[in-house]
Design a protein. Structure first.
Length: 326
């Protein structure tokens, strides 16, 4: 039968769990020593892959750590400890490095697998609470999770131990990332899809379609014809081009002023254009252009080639937002 507790008791229980996990996590500060640095250097110098292996809750944490390594410039994947003993060990060769995750370090699978890795001359790292365990004594390096108490009220469910392991994994992977000089552009190459990839990789030339490329006219084009072109392209701006280069722009605001001032719409557009304008190069990141346009309160801008300065098209804020850049 379920033991019904008061709201206050339940809140107190939850807070005690969080406080215990924070207390245990704080102990990791003392783990970041010369041994920690040596492990990071060894991983950075690894010529092959970094393979994470574990079983149970440790295995779940290992999957996340492997994903963090892989996305920050260190080729890595997770191998379930039991599966490794039934064929997956063939994925590992002498140029690789294996990181074992185990709270006790005494699982039977380690006692089978460790001698095989030693025979293959594979460098190994033990991440464990028990530095005197079989696993720790068999590995090339060992790293303590620094946990002496689980946050679980029963003291049984992996809680503090898994949190600390995850923190250690992040600390190692991101330190190695820094050592390798892995930057934003590199990160984007590992995350090309979605808003992240678009913000870090997408350039203006990839957004230009036929409609945007046609948003221009010559200076002798009649205002009424330019208005029709603006309606067709719907970008809020058309470029005025001479010898393939932009000499001015005509915007929705220019149109309103022309009508308000009773300009003859049969006059050439060159009489009412804005000769001073902002533009952007086609190879510029959309995210950078968006910030520039927002700063200058611009809704649309001509796009030109960096080398030739030839007109390529017109881009507006809506097109950039629709591409997933914000």
């Amino acid at each position: 039968m379920m033991d019904v507790k008061t709201n206050e008791t339940l809140r107190a229980t939850a807070l005690s769990i969080i406080q215990e996990e924070l207390h245990q996590a704080n102990k990791l500060i003392n783990v970041v020593d010369d041994n920690f640095v040596s492990i990071c250097r060894a991983i950075c110098e690894c010529k092959g892959k970094v393979i994470i292996s574990g079983i149970g809750k440790s295995g779940h944490i290992g999957k996340k750590i492997a994903a963090t390594f892989a996305s920050t410039g260190t080729p890595s994947f997770f191998v379930h400890l039991a599966e490794a003993l039934h064929g997956d060990l063939g994925m590992v060769d002498s140029s690789d490095m294996v990181i074992f995750i185990s709270n006790s370090g005494e699982a039977h699978e380690f006692k089978v697998m460790s001698p095989l890795l030693i025979k293959k001359s594979v460098t190994s790292i033990a991440v464990t609470q028990n530095l005197n365990s079989f696993l720790a004594n068999q590995c090339s390096y060992r790293l303590s999770t620094a946990v002496d108490k689980e946050a679980c009220p029963l003291g049984l469910a992996p809680s503090s131990s898994t949190v600390n392991t995850l923190i250690l994994g992040d600390a190692i992977a991101l330190t190695v990332m820094t050592m390798k000089g892995f930057n934003q552009h590199d990160f984007a190459l590992s995350h090309p899809a979605g808003a992240l990839g678009n913000s870090l990789l997408l350039t203006l030339d990839r957004l230009l379609d036929d409609k945007q490329k046609q948003a221009f006219c010559r200076a002798d084009t009649k205002i009424v014809d330019a208005i029709e072109l603006m309606c067709q392209t719907g970008l809020g701006l058309i470029a005025i081009v001479s010898d393939h280069k932009v000499i001015g722009v005509f915007t929705d605001g220019d149109l309103r002023r022309a009508i308000h001032q009773n300009h003859d719409l049969m006059l050439p557009i060159g009489d009412v254009i804005t000769p001073c304008f902002k533009s952007s190069f086609s190879d510029q990141l959309c995210s950078k252009t968006l910030r520039f346009m927002t700063t200058h309160s611009i809704s649309a801008i001509p796009v030109i080639d960096r080398e030739s300065e030839k007109f390529l098209g017109v881009i507006n804020i809506n097109a950039i937002h629709q591409a997933g850049v914000c």
